[in-house]
Design a binder for this molecule. Structure first.
Ligand code: FBP
Length: 361
């Protein structure tokens, strides 16, 4: 039976409504990290030319390559030592080498990158650019690599800085943490999560393997003001300065539990979601702490502060420390405001006592 003209028009209207609805639904159903970065850039820098979002897409590509290798780690020859030692004196794992190459390759191809500084390379990698490149990226390609062979979560950490015109050469890399343009990490755990901040809050994206895209799953992350766990390698406790031992005793007396994975990214990610505190104190083996300021402490400190937490070296706000060398280490206390403030109170009281004692002999 021939359809009346009205029915025809009604059908067309219904169809266009449905396709518009589906369009909106798809658009809102998922927000990819690229979409999110572009939207943030449009808000903050309407004149932006996409350099920053292109740089971050290089990092998401590299971390997708790394996660693909990690997921197949037991099936392909990628486990174990690569038979070399890095600038830190650590045995390089095969996945350390692969992850480092993946990030160097993907970011090296981005026009806006001038220097790349990796935990695995003694010197900064300078990218020969006619226009010089606007950004510097410092990164730990595979954090917690000692956990790879035992199938425990590992991660990638990165920090993005502007290349200051006035500072030539590699000293341009030695910038305090508050100058970071953006920072982030990826944790390769039960799922792969990309967490980043560009100074407008902290956002988390989970890799959706079905479509191969990082999809927004944690908007505007906030670290709880207080938690109920502390995270530290207590095997070293005998060589911690006394104030740290006093602080840990104080937390235990208040019923805090202990959680320590031994992969900084995984221990920090838990602290970001659940609150509490992570510490890597000075020890006999590492009198200035073990963790590196530029590509471990600074990026996580930026994220913690953007999420309402805090990070200190025991004497200085991590992001106020002026770095002297690219691989320098720092004592690291990071977590919920309550726990870090409690650490500062106990640590400063101990310092004041030892000062009074030394003054009064
Ligand atoms: P890298 O694996 O990047 O060198 O990181 C160092 C690290 O593995 C951190 O992830 C972790 O927090 C810490 O060292 C563990 O050290 P320890 O075994 O001394 O507790």
């Amino acid at each position: 039976m021939r359809q009346s003209p009205d029915a025809g028009i009604k059908a067309q209207i219904a169809q266009s409504r449905m396709s518009r609805f589906l369009g909106i639904l798809c658009q809102r159903m998922i927000v990819t990290v690229q979409q999110h970065i572009l939207e943030q850039q449009e808000d903050k820098f309407p004149a932006a030319r996409g350099n920053f979002s292109s740089l971050l897409s290089g990092m998401t590509l590299a971390t997708k390559m790394i996660q693909a290798k990690i997921r197949r780690a037991g099936l392909v020859d990628i486990l174990g030592s690569a038979g070399a030692t890095n600038v830190q004196g650590e045995t390089q794992q095969k996945l350390d080498v692969y992850a480092n190459q993946a990030v160097l390759h993907c970011l090296g191809a981005r026009e806006s990158v001038a220097f790349l500084v990796s935990e695995e390379n003694e010197q900064p990698v300078t990218i020969d650019r006619s226009a010089g490149g606007k950004y510097i990226v410092v990164f730990d390609p595979l954090d917690g690599s000692s956990n790879i062979d035992v199938n425990v979560s590992v991660g990638t950490i990165f920090s993005i800085l502007r290349r200051p015109e006035e500072t030539p050469g590699e000293t341009a890399v030695l910038q305090a943490g508050w100058k970071q343009v953006a920072a982030g990490y990826v944790v390769y755990g039960s799922s792969t999560i990309f967490v980043y901040t560009a100074g407008q809050g902290v956002f988390g994206f989970t890799l959706e393997p079905e479509i191969g895209a990082f999809v927004l799953t944690f908007a505007n992350m906030k670290m709880p003001a207080q938690g109920n766990t502390y995270s530290v390698n207590e095997a070293n406790a005998d060589t911690f300065p006394e104030s740290y031992r006093t602080y840990l005793g104080h937390l235990r007396s208040r019923g805090y539990g202990s959680r320590y994975i031994g992969s900084l990214v995984a221990d920090f990610h838990r602290t970001l979601l659940k609150g509490g505190v992570f510490l890597y104190p000075p020890t006999k083996k590492n009198p200035n702490g073990k963790l590196r300021l530029l590509y471990e402490a600074n990026p996580l400190a930026f994220i913690a502060e953007q999420a309402g937490g805090y990070a200190t070296s025991g004497t200085t706000r991590i992001m106020d420390i002026e770095p002297l060398t690219i691989h320098e280490r720092t004592p690291f206390i990071i977590g919920s405001r309550t726990e870090v403030a409690e650490f500062d109170r106990i640590h400063n009281a101990a310092a004041a006592n030892s000062f009074t004692e030394s003054a009064t002999g």
